[in-house]
Design a protein around this ligand. Structure first.
Ligand code: ZN
Ligand code: ZN
Length: 242
């Protein structure tokens, strides 16, 4: 009975956790709110406070990727609706996307620097998908789709390489692309990006999907985290850059 209720409220995707999230965000994420251990203005940052029942934590359970803690019962119920942290929305479980299976991701490196990262070389990612037939998880199963070829740029810095590892993981989990209607060309049944933003130009700034854009590396890590892709989960499959 209970389960049924929980599941049905969860049918609207992330919506069910929106009130919680609003609650959390409403608690003034002031400066210094992230200093670990400090009792900040956000009660959710307090060690023994459960943001789901808004009371002292009973039988504590700590999530391994984001380290947020809740009552065991509270978080178990929340996960029946959606396997994500109600505080920071980090996804748990290996989310598999609908990216066509025939894709390839290759990485090369160039010595030239990107605007804003002049001291480093450049990582160039090539994604290629040939044409194919849509599978059951796509909008029109059995119908053919058009492949695509995309090039993306990252600075060959420590952080850029971290993002590369995360993108490789996302690609393995079929999360980087999907099949749908292209927002730029309006063409349907084509391989398109799936909400993980890439810099497809080396220059020209954000308007041209290029550099300089000082906030990009952080933003894309945030987008990846929302899909459950974090450095913590990357360990064994990381390596193999290049
Ligand atoms: Zn609780
Ligand atoms: Zn969390």
């Amino acid at each position: 009975m209970n389960h049924r209720n929980l599941t049905s409220t969860g049918a609207s995707g992330g919506k069910s956790s929106a009130p919680l999230n609003a609650f959390v965000n409403g608690q003034g994420r002031g400066s210094g709110a992230e200093s670990a251990g400090a009792v900040g203005p956000n009660p959710c940052d307090q060690e023994d406070y459960c943001c789901i029942c808004m009371d002292k934590i009973q039988r504590k359970k700590t999530l391994d990727k984001c380290q947020h803690s809740f009552c065991r019962e509270c978080i178990d119920s929340a996960f029946q609706v959606k396997s994500c942290c109600p505080v920071c929305m980090t996804l748990y479980g290996n989310l598999t996307g609908t990216q066509p299976r025939n894709g390839q991701m290759t990485v090369t490196r160039q010595p030239f620097g990107l605007p804003g990262y002049e001291g480093h070389g450049t990582i160039i990612i090539n994604y290629s998908f040939s044409d194919g037939i849509q599978e059951p998880e796509h909008p029109s199963p059995g119908v053919s789709y058009r492949g695509t070829f995309r090039e993306a740029y990252l600075p060959d810095s420590e952080e850029g390489n971290k993002v590369l590892r995360l993108l490789q993981r996302a690609f393995q989990q079929r999360l980087v692309f999907t099949v749908g209607t292209s927002a730029t060309t309006g063409r349907s049944n084509t391989v398109i990006w799936n909400d993980i933003h890439h810099k497809t130009s080396s220059h020209g700034g954000p308007q041209c999907f290029g550099y300089p854009d000082p906030g990009y590396l952080l933003r894309v890590q945030e987008e990846l985290r929302m899909k459950g892709i974090t450095e913590e989960g990357v360990s064994e499959s990381a390596g193999r850059v290049q």
